[in-house]
Ligand binder design. Structure first.
Ligand code: ATP
Ligand code: MG
Length: 329
């Protein structure tokens, strides 16, 4: 069965196609993302402009995805689209489009949670089956979930303030490295000395599983005011964030008795983070290339998981939700 996935939750118009075999194996056949450049001039996402651009682009992105997969729209067996969380206007574009497509084709429709999509992006790399622990580390989230069984999400810990990706973006701006900050910091860090700028690891000694990155941001600001080398600051900052993410996740995995850990979301593309997780000895699964940041294939993978688990299709009358916690257990 071919499943179409659509994500228009923020400023990326994403459409993907995933194949689900009778044996329950999944394969990404296409993943096309139109990243909106229009927001760069404003230094942040302008919601109404994002919605308009989704409307203008979605037909073309769908066509590209179908071409990449080598299929026609009539070959689709199900459609999945993100219904939250995200920017309301932006969400509604992809959600309405997906519902219309499903109804027109007389195939089932699955509404998908954006974070569930980020987690299932890892299903492109491994046969992902609960139980496992999932760290979603993106531009808007740093959330640790225990997944004791398929579709059940227990919140284990989250950031008290900034998301890790947000901190990367802000520190990159302080260092004059541009946007998005994650890849820019990562590249600069390779040329810097991580010992040059001493930064305190957040929430050291805590017994819980929380994160905090706003203090690091302030420390980075003070360091730039002292005139430190931006590459040294990037290296120190990246190492401190990576250590915090890995240590807390490893402790949570031990606490919950999980051997498999999914690390997903935009920051999961970070090479230093991947290397540090690989060294933990846990079975760490990352999304495949192009599946870390927002995309449609991850939503198709979440749809495939729902179908595989025998979940009923979504009601076409269900709307979008701007604020939607994933925790349900
Ligand atoms: N190599 C990298 N290292 C660190 N951070 C990265 C890297 N690549 C991307 N990022 C960060 O990932 C974030 C974008 O990820 P993503 O698209 O998953 O987030 P989002 O969709 O904006 O947030 P959310 O899904 O929480 O609503 C940005 O903050 C970006 O700086
Ligand atoms: Mg996202």
């Amino acid at each position: 069965m071919l499943i179409l996935g659509i994500d228009t939750s923020c400023d990326d118009t994403g459409v993907g196609v995933v194949e689900l075999t009778d044996a329950g194996q999944v394969r990404v056949r296409a993943n096309r993302v139109w990243s909106q450049a229009i927001h760069a001039t404003y230094g942040g996402v302008m919601p109404e402009l994002a919605s308009r651009e989704h409307v203008e682009r979605i037909d073309a992105v769908l066509e590209d995805a179908l071409n990449e997969a080598g299929v026609r729209v009539a070959d689709l067996g199900a459609v999945a689209a993100t219904n939250g969380p995200g920017l309301m206007g932006a969400l509604l574009v992809g959600l309405s489009y997906g519902k219309g497509l499903a109804q027109g084709l007389s195939v089932p429709f699955y509404a998908a949670h954006h974070l569930e999509g980020h987690i299932y992006a890892a299903a492109s790399e491994a046969d992902l089956r609960a139980p496992y622990l999932a760290l979603v580390v993106s531009g808007g989230h740093t959330h640790l979930f225990d997944v004791p069984r398929e579709g059940a999400y227990v919140l284990v810990g989250a950031t008290r303030d900034d998301a890790a990706g947000e901190a990367f973006d802000k520190v990159a701006r302080l260092c004059g490295l541009g946007y998005p900050g994650g890849p820019a910091i990562s590249a600069a860090a390779e040329r810097g000395n991580p010992d040059a700028v001493p930064l305190k690891e957040p929430l050291q000694g805590q017994s819980g599983f929380e994160f905090s990155f706003s203090g690091l941001k302030t420390a980075a600001l003070l360091a730039t005011q002292r005139g430190v080398n931006p590459e040294d600051l990037a290296a120190s900052f990246e190492r401190t964030v990576v250590r915090s993410l890995v240590k807390t996740t490893v402790r949570a995995a031990e606490h919950h008795g999980r051997r498999t850990v999914v690390v997903s979301g935009g920051v999961a593309a970070n090479r230093a983070l991947r290397a540090a997780f690989a060294a933990t000895g846990l079975n760490v699964v990352f999304p495949g290339k192009g599946l870390n940041t927002d995309n449609g294939a991850m939503i198709a993978l979440a749809g495939a998981a729902a179908i595989r688990a025998g979940r009923a299709p979504s009601d076409l009358s269900a709307g979008a939700t701007a604020y939607a916690p994933l925790a349900n257990a």
